[in-house]
Design a protein around this ligand. Sequence first.
Ligand code: FNR
Length: 183
Amino acid sequence: RPLSVVTLCGSLRAGSYNAAIQRALPELAPEGMSFSVLEGLGDIPLYDADLQAKGFPAAVTAMGEAIRAADGIVIVTPEYNYSIPGVLKNGIDWLSRLPDTPFAGKPMAIQSASMSVLGGVRAQYHLRQVAVFLDALVLNKPEVMVASAQQRVQDGKLTDEGTREVIRKQLAAFAGFIEKVAR
Ligand code: FNR
């Protein structure tokens, strides 16, 4: 059976470098791994337990179902102020409150891109900490941190061959990881 992977981008902007990387994933994946993009992160209201008591927003329910049905999730995110963007944290906070939380036992791979020389490493390690509470199964290596992203993405396309190669390696490792831990 082929592996189905959902991808979530922590940036909402149209010209996002992280979204460019997310778009490149299908062409860098091993054979038998298919992708679908989780849409609607920006449509999720700010978390409020009173709102939750009235029922989960449709965007949360739909995203939760898509994650639950997938064999794994790849999160591609920028770093904001040395952490993950609030919009991503907000989405994760909502998803974590769903009954039968979709992240528990779910293989997860993390990628980040930033305009700085560290490529979002601090955001990645904050996301790893969040994933502990989610009980997600996070792939350790190889890590994908795309530094100076503005030099590696041209016209919305990930063109840098070195970056493409490390992503190929991570996705191949992710396929093996999913087989090992979750199938
Ligand atoms: C940033 N940026 C940034 N970069 C970084 O490497 N470390 C950081 O802590 C921050 N902090 C930060 C905060 C806020 C509020 C913004 C808007 C930006 C810069 C960031 O890397 C750059 O904007 C990227 O282009 C964002 O990713 P996308 O939108 O291109 O995917």
